[in-house]
Ligand binder design. Structure first.
Ligand SMILES: Nc1ncnc2c1ncn2[C@@H]1O[C@H](COP(=O)(O)OP(=O)(O)O)[C@@H](O)[C@H]1O
Ligand SMILES: [Mg+2]
Length: 326
């Protein structure tokens, strides 16, 4: 069974983290199983890096518990961290070292036996596409190659848990594609968490998404669940010629069953834009058109649009609904 308890590689139990009086994480709980690539999706300052630093044992939580393969990281940090690879947000590499020197150094630190060192390091370099730059100075590498060195470093102890903090930020599209392919290959039998503030990343790479904002999980679900949720929602956009009709229109729409998240956008040249969310099963457009004509409201445009992942994410950020599952 894939769902057995032993498959849970990362477990966060009611984790909170305060920096002084500031709450960077509030009561966060989740699990990640082997074979999952989980995306932490959230804007800057959401708490992604903080959560990742706690998982990697960089600092302890203020309260709560973190288990890596069932081992409490606070009680047995060395044992828990043995199974863990971490690619920090800014990789602090040694610019004056050659790639191969640095990776051999990391391998020794991670306890790779001397007689296996050369093959082991070579294997990681090959996997990360670094064989051609082994004798280059790290400081002279492009950001994409430095990121690969960071990844090779994180993989050195063959970890079953891999934490990647914004692995593609600052890379060009080709480099992003290459890093994504590497991460995809890595996710087969490990628990991988990667953070990102960009949506396409999670939909192309992750089996599950956790939307994080202000230190809390706003929503979580599989990408499939997200996609099916999108099919169930759509937005309707209205344009009113005369902004004086705005209040009247909002009142009518607000009283209509099936209308959710009613929004009024800025006026342009005296016109008003109104939008709301609804289910696609019932097309409200004919009803609204008829009603608005009867009431003398200056409706000039009415459009349906399928909601995007971005709309949902932004909507969640805006109204801060907690604990929603897709
Ligand atoms: N060492 C620190 N001391 C004080 N505040 C911090 C520290 N690190 C992060 N923060 C604050 O905690 C919040 C979460 O930060 P972070 O975890 O880095 O978010 P993310 O990685 O999602 O951008 C931010 O408001 C940030 O300013
Ligand atoms: Mg961060």
């Amino acid at each position: 069974m894939n769902n057995s308890h032993s498959d849970v590689l990362i477990k966060f139990e009611k984790v909170s983290k305060k920096y002084g009086a500031f709450h960077a994480l509030r009561d966060v709980s989740f699990e990640v199983k082997a074979g999952e690539i989980v995306g932490f999706l959230g804007p800057n300052g959401a708490g992604k890096t903080t959560a990742m630093r706690i998982i990697s044992g960089f600092f302890p939580p203020t309260s709560g518990r973190v288990l890596i393969r069932g081992i409490d990281i606070a009680k047995h940090p060395h044992k828990a961290k043995r199974a863990l690879g971490y690619l920090p947000e800014t990789v602090s590499l040694y610019p004056d070292m050659k790639v191969i020197e640095y990776l051999r150094f990391v391998a020794k630190l991670k306890g790779v036996p001397g007689h296996e060192l050369t093959d082991h390091v070579r294997g990681k370099m090959s996997f990360c596409g670094l064989l051609g730059v082994g004798h280059r100075l790290i400081g002279r590498l492009s950001k994409g190659y430095r990121q690969r060195v960071g990844l090779a470093q994180a993989l050195m102890a063959d970890p079953s848990v891999l934490i990647l903090d914004e692995p593609t930020t600052g890379l060009d599209p080709t480099q992003i594609k290459e890093i994504r392919e590497l991460v995809h290959a890595l996710g087969q039998n490990r628990a991988v968490i990667l953070s990102t503030h960009i949506l396409p990343e999670v939909s192309t790479l992750c089996s599950r998404v956790m939307m994080i904002n202000q230190g809390q999980i706003l929503a979580s679900g599989t990408v499939k669940e997200l996609a099916s949720c999108l099919k169930d929602r759509e937005a309707i956009h209205l344009r009113l010629k005369d902004r004086r009709d705005q209040d009247h229109a909002l009142k009518l729409l607000g009283a209509m069953p099936g209308v959710e998240n009613l929004n009024c956008a800025e006026e342009v040249k005296g016109e008003t834009f109104i939008s709301f969310e609804t289910s696609p099963e019932e097309d409200l457009r004919p009803l609204i058109t008829k009603l608005f004509v009867e009431q003398g409201i200056s409706l000039v445009e009415i459009q349906r649009q399928q909601l995007s992942l971005e709309d949902i994410f932004l909507g969640l950020l805006k109204d801060g609904k907690l604990g929603r599952r897709f």
